[in-house]
Design a protein around this ligand. Sequence first.
Ligand code: GUN
Length: 280
Amino acid sequence: MATIIDGKKISKSVRDEIRETTLRMKNERGIVPGLAVVLVGDDPASKIYVRGKKNACDEVGFLSKEFKLPGDTSEAELLDIIDGLNRDSEIHGFLVQLPVPKHIRVDAIIEAIDPKKDVDGFHPYNVGRLFSGNPYHRSCTPAGILELLDRYGIEIEGKEAVIVGRSILVGKPLALMLLERNATVTLCHTRTRNLSEVTKRAEILVAAAGNAEMIKADMVKDGAVVIDVGTNRLENGKLLGDVAFSEVSERVSYITPVPGGVGPMTIAMLLNNTLNASRI
Ligand code: GUN
């Protein structure tokens, strides 16, 4: 039976450490890290995420600012707000919650953010800098996965790592980050032939395809470490990962649950990026 990687517990430890560092910085240097979140429109899931980010800021003692803009906000108006946040000395990091309404170009928005304040790690400067290993900020979900592996003492160097899913938010940046840590990385996608032959080679298998329970027990190597990034919401409201947890957990050494695995790490890493931004 596998060890279940407890993302909630690790996220709490990371946030506790950030709270302690924040208090010390406040007392010794008078600096309070500040995070702003911009929400355009009233997508219900986005509202929940934004509230979570605000609560997390309060918990660790950060300053937080929220900008809730109507769904018909123009791109130019949003760019003005971004310009203001780029200049706001109280704000060290900020993000525009995605998705934005269709009349707004996502690329134009992300590229307008000062890369030093881009705590999502989505700006092309930071994405490009991942190639050379020195971005200002690394994308939060992949960074959270590495944090989980490190805190469970799971060696990455020299390991055969297979990622299923090549999204710009998870698969691609994670491939670079695992490579940076000297894993041998294979990035699989919808056109990969003989997927299960590739996934069976993995000592570290990351499922980030957005396809409920697609990774079955006969697709994993005995004793593998399995990281499930899937968040597939069923019609009945139940949340399913990309991994068929009950059968896969019988074969592997470590596995993340959904929920309570990778998910809670994303906000912890956003706070960590903001803390780092206040020290740039
Ligand atoms: N929407 C869902 N996840 C995210 C995220 O990590 N950052 C932003 N900006 N929007 C999101």
